[in-house]
Ligand binder design. Structure first.
Ligand code: SF4
Ligand code: SF4
Length: 448
């Protein structure tokens, strides 16, 4: 087991905040009396609803079937009766059909201890089915269904399996708590992936505050006699970004349309490994996840294990409610998360955090003209020149914008964060990408 220290090029050090949930052990949130369960909680195609209004469902019953290869099953997080089928706008702006379940009846799994299966006796195909059947998706990013990413036979060999324990966005601490509280299960989950993917090297990457979980992990790796390595990285943001991580750990650059898989790497976050562990060893569908509830306006910040479909308002209430006026509510981290205004938003597979930020924390500055300070250039982990992109976008010179590397931008937010003029650089970059794609699509249509 090696301990290596490497440094991220670019990136920013967002300020440490005082109201952290880091030191509080994860607790089980109250079981919600009503769950709003969207059928789109992953990338790709929404699940197909297979329940009707008035139908009774057991805890863990399938309520949405995967209707395409890039789709994922959705299960009932609580037993009860389907009271409504609604349409809602998710925190990330996508539209989704959702199944509303009112709590009623008995829990099949809650509070019962399940004897773990010996996964070593299972064939790879069976493991794949377990992960797919449980509706496991990437819990740290865009929710790519795990059976499409980690399990099916791949065209390229996996040289590096990188377990992302970096959690570099400010406020977030749920992955840190999982690293501290469940190291043995994490190591066993990684061993399953090692068998499926046969990587040449397997690394758990830690950064910033998560580096202090190293001793527990070291013990778990030794007890399992595994060849998993631990690697400690600088605590800069966006160390946990897939592209950045592959650069820091494997020393490989991923640019443009290439994926980390093209660079011979697979990156998976801690929560997803544990969801796979539960699917394979315990046969548990993905009906709950750990969520950080934090920010200056939260009375008692914490990490909660939450049933999917519970409302974010319920979580805030469970954390003592507001102790100051929230200026902004965010689902996800402060750098990449989505601002919401509605406390009835449901927790989904993609909800890593709920933040209630005060005016003081937002440090909002009005936008002024670029002062050519170059900070955004120094902060960009992808080696881009955001200021140049900003100027080219203002001129609508899309060809030059593409040439300047707009599609290499990972939308990490470092440039906008560091800009003293308050220029919304990331928003401009996102809009430019959409505009360019739209024009390319229209050109293609005209050509036909
Ligand atoms: S240009 Fe893109 S990749 Fe570079 S700092 Fe800005 S958001 Fe991050
Ligand atoms: S950080 Fe902001 S002000 Fe400085 S060069 Fe970049 S865009 Fe201009």
């Amino acid at each position: 087991m090696k301990l290596i220290h490497t440094f991220l090029k670019g990136g920013v050090f967002p300020p440490e905040h005082t109201r952290t949930a880091r030191d509080a052990a994860t607790w089980n949130a109250m079981i919600p009396a009503r769950c709003v369960v969207p059928l789109l909680q992953h990338s790709g195609v929404p699940a197909r609803r297979i329940v009707q209004r008035g139908q009774r469902v057991n805890e863990g019953a399938i309520i949405g079937a995967a209707r395409a290869y890039e789709s994922a099953r959705v299960h009932a997080p609580i037993p009860g009766v389907v009271s409504e089928i609604i349409q809602l706008t998710l925190a990330d702006g996508r539209q989704s059909e959702a199944v509303v379940i009112e709590l009623d009846g008995e829990f099949q799994q809650l509070g019962r201890s399940i004897k773990p299966r010996d996964w070593r006796r299972l064939k790879n195909r069976r493991i794949y089915e377990q992960i797919s059947d449980a509706g496991v998706v990437g819990l740290g990013g865009e929710g790519v269904p795990s059976h499409t990413k980690y399990v099916l036979p791949k065209t390229a060999a996996v040289e590096w399996l990188i377990v992302n324990g970096c959690e570099s966005e400010p406020y977030l601490s749920s992955e840190y708590r999982l690293l501290r509280e469940r190291p043995q299960q994490l190591v066993e989950g990684i061993q399953i992936l090692m068998r499926l993917l046969s990587p040449k090297r397997t690394v758990i990457a830690l950064a910033g505050h998560t580096r202090s979980a190293v001793s527990g992990l070291r013990g778990a790796v030794a007890a399992a006699r595994s060849r998993i390595q631990l690697q400690r990285l600088a605590g800069k943001y966006p160390q946990g970004d897939e592209h950045t991580l592959v650069g820091s750990v494997a020393g490989r650059a991923v640019r443009g349309a290439a994926t980390v898989a093209d660079a011979g790497c697979m990156v998976i976050d801690v929560a997803t490994v544990l969801a796979m562990y539960e699917a394979v060893l315990l046969g548990k569908p993905l009906v709950e996840r750990t969520v950080t509830v934090s920010g200056g306006a939260i009375a008692q910040p914490g990490n909660l294990k939450v049933r999917l479909g519970a409302s974010i308002g319920d979580l805030i209430e469970e954390c003592g409610g507001f102790c100051a006026a929230p200026r902004k509510l965010v689902v996800g981290g402060p750098m990449r998360g989505h601002a919401v205004t509605d406390l009835t938003q449901p927790v989904t597979k993609l909800t890593s955090a709920v933040l209630a930020l005060t005016e003081e924390e937002l440090q909002s500055v009005g936008q002024t003209a670029c002062v050519r300070c170059g900070r955004c250039v120094r902060a960009c982990p992808m080696g881009l020149e955001p200021v140049m992109l900003h100027l080219l976008i203002a001129q609508h010179d899309w060809r030059a914008v593409v040439k300047a590397g707009v599609f290499d931008c990972t939308e990490c937010g470092c440039c906008g964060f560091i800009c003293p003029s308050g220029i919304p650089l990331v928003d401009q970059l996102k809009q430019a990408k959409s505009q360019i794609r739209r024009e390319e699509h229209e050109d293609g249509e005209r050509a036909h």
